[in-house]
Write a new protein. Structure first.
Length: 65
């Protein structure tokens, strides 16, 4: 656990017996997602929106720092 903290790992779960339950949960989450190629136009629009948001945030932080 100490090494994980030192690496700044996002998740530190020291219970290997939780693996099966976590795997089932995340498999269910991933199964709920549509296929990557199901909405190519939406992917582009969301990518553009995210890029705009990042640029606006960067500009905001430059103005306030």
């Amino acid at each position: 656990m100490l090494a994980a903290v030192q690496r700044n790992d996002l998740y530190i779960i020291p219970y290997p017996e939780a693996r099966a339950a976590l795997q089932a949960h995340f498999d269910a989450v991933l199964a709920a997602l549509p296929p990557p190629d199901s909405d190519p136009e939406g992917v582009v629009r969301r990518g553009q929106a995210m890029a705009k948001w990042v640029q606006e945030r960067q500009a905001h932080f430059k103005r306030t720092s």
